[in-house]
Design a protein around this ligand. Structure first.
Ligand SMILES: Nc1ncnc2c1ncn2[C@@H]1O[C@H](COP(=O)(O)OP(=O)(O)OP(=O)(O)O)[C@@H](O)[C@H]1O
Ligand SMILES: [Mg+2]
Length: 226
């Protein structure tokens, strides 16, 4: 398959994107090699979350090409893009999007129900969910309801859910925003360890400029300079 041979996790070219009339994103060229990490920064409202919507194929640009793992997302139908995302992308949303009536462990196992590709990489869904949750310091909360959790704990459940089944690309939207500095540092290290294991590429959105130094590539929106 094409996405198994390309060196790029993603390539953006000549992108223009607007939610309505005003252009929110304009990107001449941006690419990330497989297995590498990109820090995506910029002020509030500069288009960071919008950029992740394009990289995940939730939205498509009005102009330009979005290629993920060698697949041109613009050429897929909306339902094909949904399946592509389920198979290849772990998305940690800014608002987590956890399912409130499911337990912690059920939330983490959810992506395996939507993707045979990811399910095939895991022997036991529950055991792998528990391993990831334990790595992320959530081992004592596995059977709890997600609505009982603190915001920082919900972020870690969202991270475990994104990582399960080793998708090739992780998109993380402010995953450390609710954590203190030390927990944020620990969380980032664990995220990197899990990504390195499977040569997963990572795009991480953050306001915390201190994190930038740990990334191969940095892209700042809204006129900030790297
Ligand atoms: N679903 C949407 N519909 C319409 N406009 C939107 C939508 N999401 C974002 N926007 C607009 O697009 C612009 C960029 O928003 P975006 O959420 O991408 O910024 P951001 O950099 O992620 O900000 P923050 O740091 O506050 O999360 C803003 O002007 C916002 O109002
Ligand atoms: Mg945002």
């Amino acid at each position: 398959m094409e996405h198994d041979t390309t060196q790029w996790a993603f390539e953006l070219e000549d992108i223009s994107f607007a939610w309505d009339r005003d252009e929110v994103l304009s990107v001449e060229r941006l690419q990330l090699s497989r297995g590498e990490r990109l820090f995506l920064g910029g002020p509030s409202g500069s288009g960071k979350s919008s950029m992740l919507s394009l990289l995940s194929g939730v939205e498509t640009p009005q102009r330009g090409q979005v290629d993920i793992l060698g697949t041109r997302l613009n050429s897929l139908t909306s339902s094909m893009r949904d399946q592509f995302r389920a198979d290849h992308i772990g998305y940690i949303f800014q608002m987590f999007n956890l399912v409130p009536y499911l337990s912690v462990v059920e939330n983490v196992c959810l992506p395996l129900k939507f993707s045979k590709t990811r399910a095939a990489r895991v022997d036991s869904a529950t055991a792998e969910a528990e391993r990831l949750l334990t790595q992320l310091g959530m081992g004592d909360h596995i059977q709890r309801s997600v609505f009982e959790l603190s915001v920082g704990q919900q972020q870690r459940v969202a991270a475990a859910r994104a990582l399960i089944g080793s998708p090739e690309l992780i998109l993380a939207d402010e995953p450390t925003s609710a954590l203190d500095k030390e927990s944020a540092q620990q969380f980032i290290e664990l995220l990197f360890t899990e990504c390195n294991k499977a040569k997963t590429s990572l795009v991480l959105v953050s306001h915390d400029q201190d994190l930038k130094q740990h990334f191969e590539t940095c892209y700042l929106l809204g006129g900030q300079s790297a």
